[in-house]
Design a protein around this ligand. Structure first.
Ligand SMILES: [Zn+2]
Length: 344
């Protein structure tokens, strides 16, 4: 009888308890793994939830601190009031209203991007009024003084309308505000940020074609130097530069970027970046060619500015052909969305 009981116990152990233990263990592991995954997801969600209101609460950017570089004074301004001064300074008021609206949206996005990503740039301010550092800005009084008296009020009202009608609108890529670069005139094709500054290859700052820019004065320019003047200019930066002008390829464009801008150029024994040549020679863009005639070297330049992001004259040209400000923005910034910050 005992033997039978022992067999039954062994049978139960073998077929029920062991398998039960064996299956319970992995189940628990699986459960824990899921729990871990769930926890990680929760943490990510929490991080997003924590960051979202702080990062994108438009109320936080409702007032910005503007540094006046000449007086070193910091002024607190409503963001849209600040943007009146930016748009008034950055784009001619006689441009189409949709171009001005695109500029207002770009400037708002640029401002918020600066606050989020470059907050350490100025100690007690969010942005400054120097266009070389942040964005150009002009007060209403200063702006009025530069306009014809009979046009001033209408011009200002047009700018106010451009800013107010896009209030709260910013440009995002993948849910975050873009680094909204802009320039005056691309010369027919914009440049990717990578080709100008290297570093981050922003997916929304790609080269795109634009027609109609040739109707603007910023489209073409020329700068002429004598051979001696040119050498002196280069030597201000590169003392040991030697150019033997009797040699055929004494000045030579070595490489172009994909948009046709000068990537590398050689002056005698010096090979320098197109961007550097632009700075040294004071050219309007890196979209240039040159010709040597007797003692003179003439640089023929297309476009005005670095060429990255929105071309302002291109925006005006698109507006003239019927594009609205959202279409203009999406033309210049690849794959972006325009969102209402207050809706986040
Ligand atoms: Zn600044």
């Amino acid at each position: 009888m005992k033997k039978i009981l022992l067999y039954i116990s062994a049978f139960i152990m073998l077929f029920f308890i062991f398998p039960a233990i064996c299956t319970i263990t992995p189940k628990n592991e699986t459960y824990e793994a899921n729990a871990e995954e769930t926890k990680q997801v929760d943490e990510t969600q929490t991080q997003q939830e924590e960051q979202t209101p702080e990062k994108y609460d438009y109320q936080k950017y409702g007032t910005i601190k503007l540094l006046h570089t000449e007086t070193n004074q910091v002024e607190e301004l409503n963001i849209d009031e600040y943007l009146y001064g930016v748009v008034a300074s950055e784009m001619p008021a006689n441009f189409e209203i949709e171009a001005l609206k695109a500029q207002a949206t770009v400037a708002r996005t640029y401002t918020i991007f600066q606050i989020i990503n470059n907050s350490a740039k100025h100690e007690n301010a969010d942005v400054c009024d120097d266009f070389n550092c942040c964005q150009a800005w002009i007060s209403k009084d200063e702006r009025f003084a530069k306009w014809n008296a009979e046009e001033a009020e209408a011009n200002w009202n047009k700018i106010v309308e451009a800013v107010n009608s896009t209030s709260g609108k910013i440009i995002t890529y993948g849910g975050t505000p873009i680094n909204a670069f802009f320039h005056s005139n691309s010369g027919g094709i914009t440049e990717s940020s990578l080709n100008i500054w290297g570093g981050i290859d922003y997916p929304y700052l790609k080269s795109v074609e634009i027609s109609g820019e040739d109707g603007y004065t910023q489209y073409s320019s020329e700068v002429t130097f004598s051979k001696e003047e040119l050498l002196t200019k280069i030597r201000e930066k590169y003392e040991d530069c030697e150019i033997d002008f009797s040699q055929e390829n004494c000045i030579q464009i070595i490489e172009f970027t994909s948009s046709g801008r000068v990537k590398t150029i050689k002056f005698g024994n010096k090979e320098i970046a197109g961007t550097e040549a632009r700075t040294i020679l004071g050219l309007r863009s890196t979209n240039f060619t040159f010709s040597i005639n007797g003692d003179n070297i003439t640089f023929s330049v297309k476009g005005y500015g670095h060429g990255v992001g929105m071309s302002q004259t291109g925006a005006d040209s698109l507006a003239k052909s019927g594009s609205n400000y959202e279409e203009i923005i999406k033309h210049f910034y690849t794959g972006v969305e325009i969102i209402e910050v207050n809706s986040l």
